[in-house]
Design a protein around this ligand. Sequence first.
Ligand code: PLP
Length: 337
Amino acid sequence: MEIDWKNLGFGYMKTDFNIRCNFSNNSWGELEVHDNEHISLHIAATALHYGQESFEGLKAFKGKDGKVRIFRMHDNALRMLDSSEGTLMAKVPVEIFEEAVLKAVRLNERFVPPYESGASLYIRPVLFGSGPQVGVKPATEYMFIVFVTPVGPYFKGGFQTTPFVIMREYDRSAPLGMGKYKVGGNYAASLVAGKRAAELGYSNIFYLDAKEKRYIDECGAANFFGIKNNTYITPKSASILPSITNKSLMVLAEEIGLNVEVRQVPVEELSTFEEAGACGTAAVISPIERIDDYDNKITYQFSKDGQPGPISSKLYHKLQAIQYGDEPDTHNWITVV
Ligand SMILES: *Cc1c(COP(=O)(O)O)cnc(C)c1O
């Protein structure tokens, strides 16, 4: 089967193998290689009834030199450990996580898109309670799976801005809730708001803190940053998912001479930013054209011509250059497969 690398979207495509590891009797088993996309699951698995589940998302890139590079795999392994703290799931040891990811990429190497396509291989580790419970208790058995699927470049027509909307009737997570963990339930909780935003012509909802609705939290399932006075500013909040892309952008921002601030960002401060963006693995940076405050009929405009600002563009290209191996990896972010 020939893959049309130029027209890949962000969807699921079957690849050759997935990697699995099971936890039972208080220990992890051996890594297993499967070519079947389906699993057999107990009808009372805690993942199905009580949402014991977490996942990760990372990417592998083929360089000009033909080498395949995985970006910040170790940080994703650590974040999945954190999600297990929040959901009382068995912890996937870092070594098992990394070995499974490497194996999944190696065995599916023919699905890593060529350098020229601007596409990449998306890697999806997922962990869930597979053992049965009817009372609300954590499972005693868990399944960890890594599958991969090739995905196209996020921006088909080039790096472009999109609009977001603030709607105070929706929250993504509770003030002392699960927002800081990468769990499926947060996504289920965001689907209605996301649909509403899409119907109104926005790329997603821009969330404020659930308690006071005064501070910026996240934009859809991405972190927010704003740029002003030569400073990269990103919100601090107990309900934000710590984005590895955001962490990387903060390092690069300092390197190109910006100040970096991680602090509460009041919603009115949006009017002072020169540039704004959403960041995450899928798009690296999704620059924001404007944010409409739906409830107060205010518009915060960041781009007049649909073009991203100069600093967002610079950060975007710099991070991508490291991921594809065009620039040296001076931070030890890359694992060459
Ligand atoms: C995964 C995720 C992000 C982005 O994190 P990256 O590590 O940069 O991909 C941001 N917000 C939420 C809610 C997420 O689930």
